[in-house]
Design a protein around this ligand. Sequence first.
Ligand SMILES: [Zn+2]
Length: 397
Amino acid sequence: MQLFDTATGAVAPLIPRDGRIGLYVCGITPYDGGHLGHAFTYHTFDVIARRLWADGINVRSVRNVTDVDDDILRVARDRGVDYRALGDRETRGFERDMADLGLLDVDAAPRASEHIDEMVEWILRLVDRGAAYRVEGWVYFDVASRPRYGSLSGLDPMAMLSLSRQRGGNPDDPRKRHPLDFVLWQPSLPDEPRWPSPWSDGRPGWHIECTVLSAIELELPIDIHGGGDDLIYPHHESEIAQAEAAGVHPYVRHWVHVAMVGYQGEKMSKSLGNLVYVRELLDHVPAATIRLLLCAHHHRTAWEYDPGELARAQSRWSAYLAAMDIGPQFTATDAQGVYDDFMACIDDDVDTPGALSILDEVASRSTVPGRVSGADVTSAQLIAPLLDVIGARVAAG
Ligand SMILES: [Zn+2]
């Protein structure tokens, strides 16, 4: 399999070590339901994992839960609920959504709140090595200590500054030596959860959470680390800096990012209120239809959802089901050719639109009732294992 690597800007072969691949995907901050943008991201990594499993590669899949950060604490405060109760409820809902979408279970779903001690240790190491500094009860990462800061995103400092401002990085914080320095540790406000540290009773910054959780759960370097492409800067850029400054180099072999999903002319986001929740779709259509809707888009191309897309995915699913209902249509040689072509698409940087066009072709050929002379493979025998690779289960339909 070949995957586009954000760090090099090129497609590169994914080479397992001892038949194994470690996969770390940044999970949600559990304060709201999962939407179609989340589904597109986690579906993409699920297809990668399923394809690798189909080749007998042992995938260890990790998806963290960011249950301590500014967003969840703000929402918990606004609603007057405990952040843990909010996090538990939303995490359960999200896991149910992903399971109902037919995603494989992850092997570990570490929560930030359960590994604060390890985060404090990592921050201590960064301070010892001169890559972090303390101001009052705060600890910041010193980006000037990393000349390559910005190399993952390819952004210059002005572009990073602008994004930092948009994405809550608070570049105007007067305690910072450099506006792009980011928080590793901060004192907790009176109504926020707190953990002891050498600097203050406080809580970790978001970026250090993922670096530490990934290093706890997976062998380094991590084979695939990814998430939505809005995480490239600052989150993943900062993760690389923290890991390398602590002596972990290389930290990640492939950075894989999934493009954003829009709706009504804007990126789907909580703040804009233009969300299409996974649960709403699951209430109306089979999970397989949603998987086909997602597969119709390449993971590196941003797209905009509209209900017409869902209707097209539904008719596609109906065509596949109809094709699977009729007699043998393919010779063993034909079937092997289709199988190989389909897998070649997935292996080519997860080209799911290409893979669907192969299934469409199978469906359009599967129109003659009864056995085609000389054929002994049914469309169902041919299609079912291919649908399994993209997570579209017949049983769920
Ligand atoms: Zn992360």
